[in-house]
Design a protein around this ligand. Sequence first.
Ligand SMILES: [Zn+2]
Length: 350
Amino acid sequence: MIDGTVKQPLLSATTRCNFASGVRPAPAVLCKRRWPGSWHVALTAPGLLVTRRSGRKHLLSAGPRATELEEERRYCIEEVDGKGLGVIAKLSLEAGDLVFAETPQLTFETDSSQSMQKVKEEFQRMPSAVKEEIMSLEDAWSSRGRKTLRGIIETNGIECETTGRSCNTKAVCLNLSRLNHSCNANCDYSWNERDQQMEIYAQTAISEGEELCISYIDIREPRQVRQQMLQDNWQFRCSCSKCSMRLHSASDKRRLRMGELSALLYSSRSSARKLRIAKKLLKLYKEEDFAMKSYKLEACQFGYDSALELGDIDTAPRFARLGLRCSLICHGRNHDTTKEWMDAVQAWGS
Ligand SMILES: [Zn+2]
């Protein structure tokens, strides 16, 4: 029973800011989750440039936009030792570079009572080339090599976070689904509500030939917990550099503390305490050398809010500047969250 295996809350990733002067925004942190609920499918217009296993490129119908062609040169999909297919950088990338943007092939509402039958009906109406591509994706729950549409959706569905609103929509994207997991991922994804696209951004400098990875789970957990979450939900053991370290007790201790402090950010009512916690978290993320900036962004949101509440005019602009840097790397320049951080920085005259 697949639904029964999905238990863990995953990555707290994107924070919303609302910097109307004199109004302290209530932080609303949205979560990235790759597991499903119930189903409603909407077929998105095809037009995606797809790289097949053979390396040939297929134009499904409408044709790629110029930006998609440009992005195609930044990565390729090929076999990775011990992992099946993966995504490899074809160019060196800088933190904040858009690796690619992709229109989902399937989107569905996780809070809908629509049955799996509805999903199947929608799927059956898709062009055969798209169906074939979807069915070529990984199904962690296949039995004796027999994949199911449900298994593929459950393995590859990613939440479409919408800034400032809880999100019940998930998407299956062909290329994003090929990104493997790492407990110190060098890429992250961001939902572009305006263009209805999933965007993948480099989180750190990446060399040509390096594998591009995202994180499937909240990585602020000790190694054993991370391995269990990945095994329970995706049926694999992680062999990333963090999981392969011979000595990992210091890392485990830091990550355990991160999880505890992050929970305290949400439960604490004291602004002074939240400010202290946000600073501690930033220090721990730095010590653990987290590439992903979404965690820092979350801490910045709380730190900024708390500094405003306390009237700490030295600290607030520092959090605003760091929040902007992180948001640019997580979401790019045109995302609402980034624009709000820009407004905050501008408001402080820095
Ligand atoms: Zn790992």
